[in-house]
Design a binder for this molecule. Structure first.
Ligand SMILES: Cc1ncc(COP(=O)(O)O)c(C=O)c1O
Length: 400
């Protein structure tokens, strides 16, 4: 029986609890989908509940198993990645953890890119060994990945644009090696976003993960993650996510759904500003190197041009400045439009010093091997007017 057909209860407390229940009162389709902030569900009777939880009948059971807002987000993420299915998580790290543990078991092995987000590096090098899972770190090039693969390798993990150097992975070459050896290739597409690259559609990778925290949500108000791929594999990951408790919550799913509507607009604008900024920084006397594959002299320029096919080169860049950390501190203190910040992917431009912050989990030797020098600053370009942002960074570097 629907709740609006039930007799109105007499008691005040009973009414306070039951009379606000959803009763399907509107027939029109809302432009903005409702946020289903419910952790659990009420059923017509015991059989209805048993049928739903045993998947004999469609329906919802419990927030950790997903909820209608979460389903809407999964559907949208799958569509944007050109995937059969997607599942969204409580964080990017939850997405990476659940995805990799669905593929790799105790005694088995992962090949991962050396220059990778610090949290992912920490998971692979500090947490997974406790599960009996080993990782070999290599360059994101086909030959290096092929050399790293052993008889127990069950997954390869690379970032399309590496955090924080923004080198461009040889996705096509690596995908070909993985296909030949029948090893799943997991690609973290957080920085490129599906606006620039859809590696499931075009490069034949197995799974795409995201920190939706960043560009997909885009407003610095959500921590979330996702994985997209074929239905069978996503179903395996989904089941593990229920037991690991890594599912995204409804409110975060709703915010991400809202943010995703403007993803193409934001990325187009942010990439254009980043490109103009990279060109301006390349001429600055304190800047020794600009890590932005859109610059014609960049070692990955041709690969990026082929992969991103005119959609842009991303909204993040790295700069190596003279004078190391101390010079970076002076530049950071002088910023007036961009700010020193801990993340990226929103409309606020943020600058950070990866060696002392986002990549602190790496030892000095590991950072040197990953190309993360003491003078490297990461610049995430936001949505501000380029006329405000570019001069701001240039004047800050004058003081470095
Ligand atoms: C490329 C990349 N992947 C994954 C993550 C982890 O995402 P989250 O912070 O949402 O757990 C980050 C975080 O910065 C990241 O930069």
């Amino acid at each position: 029986m629907a709740s609006n057909e039930r007799p109105r209860p007499a008691g005040f407390a009973t009414r306070a609890i039951h009379e606000g229940d959803w009763s399907g009162t509107i027939a029109e389709e809302p432009v903005s989908p409702p946020i289903w902030l419910t952790a659990d569900y009420l059923y017509e009777g015991l059989e209805h509940y048993a049928d739903v939880i045993n998947e004999r009948r469609p329906g919802f059971v419990y927030g950790r198993y997903g909820n209608p807002t979460h389903v809407a987000l999964n559907r949208l993420l799958a569509s944007l990645e050109g995937a059969e299915a997607a599942w969204s998580f409580a964080s990017g790290m939850a997405a990476i953890h659940t995805t990799l543990t669905a593929l790799v078991r105790t005694g088995e092995h992962i090949v991962a890119q050396r220059t990778i987000y610090g949290g992912t590096f920490s998971l692979l090098s500090h947490v997974f060994p406790g599960y009996g899972i080993r990782t070999t770190f290599v360059e994101a090039e086909a030959g290096a990945v092929a050399d790293g693969i052993g008889p127990d390798t069950r997954a390869v993990l690379v970032e399309t644009l590496a955090n924080p150097t923004f080198r461009v992975a040889d996705i096509e070459g690596i995908a070909a090696i993985c296909a030949e050896r029948e090893i799943p290739l997991v690609v973290d597409n957080t920085i490129a976003t599906p606006c620039l690259l859809r590696p499931l559609e075009r490069q034949g990778v197995t799974l795409v993960v995201h920190a939706t925290t960043k560009y997909l949500n885009g407003h610095s108000d959500v921590i979330g993650g996702s994985v997209a791929g074929d239905r069978e594999l996503i179903e395996r990951i989904r089941r593990l996510s229920l037991d690991q408790g890594t599912t995204a919550a409804a409110f975060e799913a709703w915010l991400t759904l809202r943010g995703l509507q403007t993803l193409p607009l934001r990325i187009e604008r942010q990439c254009a500003t980043a490109s103009a900024l990279a060109e301006a920084l390349a001429d600055h006397p304190k800047v020794m190197n600009v890590g932005y594959s859109g610059l014609p002299g960049h070692p990955d320029h041709e690969r990026a041009a082929a992969l991103f096919a005119g959609a842009g080169y991303g909204a993040m860049l790295s700069i190596e400045i003279e004078g190391g950390y101390e010079a970076g501190v002076r530049a950071g203190d002088a910023l007036r439009v961009a700010r020193v910040g801990s993340s990226f992917g929103s409309l606020h431009s943020q600058v950070c010093h990866p060696a002392s912050t986002s990549h602190r989990q790496l030892s000095a030797d590991e950072r040197a091997a990953a190309g993360i020098g003491d003078g490297l600053l990461r610049v995430a370009v936001g949505g501000e007017d380029p006329e405000d942002l570019i001069p701001d960074l240039l004047q800050a570097l004058d003081k470095a």
